[in-house]
Design a protein around this ligand. Structure first.
Ligand code: NAD
Ligand code: MG
Length: 301
């Protein structure tokens, strides 16, 4: 052990570590940019320290430009993995920040913009990632659409379709395309939510897709265990991300965001990074079909 690992960590009180409500009201057009949020979310840019847990691994992360996907991308690169990120084309500014951070670790960084609601794109995305990375052994299916609607009567057929396409069809298409490339020891990680088991009134369409995500994680885990491929989920509580300021929450909810949790504040994407690392790492070899949560004291995974 040498260098930074010898410096004692100062204990940090989790209740005061990050901003608490009230927050400033703010709205961005979908899908929003983390770089325009106030305060800016912490994805571990300055804080995440790697220790070689994923050396030589090859990861594809959907929604890798911001939020949980970005926190995972930064952590994976610092743990020694090459990383491809997918994002919606209008998120290029956020994506470029992530590409620079991965490159700064001396790892391969692959930017693969495109719309996951398109089946052909999903297939091409996996093919491009496999080619650019020279294989694939970590797939993080993390992208999602969340748009708040007070009533089911306000959920249009187009809304419903877009949510299902993004949150249920895209993972199906991406996982199907990736599976032939995954060798024993590979992992699939889905980002689910506390919404899977404790759905909010105003997230009728979104919440049911998260129940579907938890379900596919458990189903695929059983299906793929004998092939040596592990499948697990991460269940965040309220996390300060672009999804919330681009239609995911009402302004009233946003101003008090996370205040109802026992921790009294929302989580930051950086606080989930180590979960994505843990589930991908080979020493977690007995964990499959699991859902690990981080919800500030409320919410069941
Ligand atoms: P985020 O907006 O930072 O990330 C979501 C990403 O999804 C976007 O960056 C975008 O790149 C991608 N995306 C959405 N639609 C797309 C499309 N059609 N084509 C390509 N990419 C598309 O927000 P986040 O909160 O980090 O979301 C990541 C995951 O976390 C999601 O699965 C979300 O359901 C889950 N989650 C979030 C919270 C929260 O409070 N923020 C809570 C529980 C679960
Ligand atoms: Mg984004």
């Amino acid at each position: 052990m040498k260098g930074r690992f010898m410096t004692p960590e100062k204990l940090r009180d989790p209740t005061t570590k990050y901003p608490k409500p009230p927050f400033k009201g703010q709205e961005q057009p979908w899908p929003g940019l983390a770089s325009k949020m106030e305060p800016r979310p912490d994805h571990g840019e300055k804080s995440y320290k790697g220790s070689g847990r994923l050396m030589g691994r090859k990861a594809l992360i959907t929604g890798g430009d911001s939020g949980m996907g970005r926190a995972a991308a930064i952590a994976y690169a610092r743990e020694g993995a090459d990383v491809a990120i997918n994002y919606f084309p209008t998120e290029e500014p956020d994506a470029q920040e992530v590409i620079e951070l991965i490159n700064a670790e001396g790892r391969k960084a692959i930017a693969l913009p495109g719309d996951l609601r398109d089946q052909e794109f999903c297939k091409q995305l996996v093919a491009d990632a496999v080619q650019a990375l020279g294989g694939l052994d970590i797939l993080v299916s993390n992208a999602a659409r969340q748009q708040t609607r007070a009533s089911i009567l306000d959920v249009s057929a187009e809304d419903f379709d877009a949510t299902m396409k993004t949150n249920i069809y895209a993972p199906f298409w991406v996982i199907k395309a990736a599976l032939p490339h995954l060798q024993p020891g590979s992992v699939i990680i889905g980002t689910t939510s506390e919404q899977a088991t404790d759905p909010s009134a105003e997230l009728y369409d979104y919440a049911q897709t998260k129940a579907a995500t938890t379900s596919f994680v458990k189903s695929l885990a059983k299906q793929l265990a004998s092939k040596g491929i592990r499948v697990n989920g991460v269940a965040p509580g309220p996390i300060w991300t672009a999804l919330q300021v681009s239609g995911g929450a009402t302004q009233e909810k946003l101003k008090q965001f996370g205040g109802q949790t026992p921790m009294g504040r929302p989580g930051q994407p950086a606080e989930l990074a180590s979960i994505y690392v843990q589930l991908a790492a080979s020493d977690a070899s007995y964990a499959t079909g699991q859902v690990y949560g981080a919800a500030g004291g409320s919410g069941q995974p």
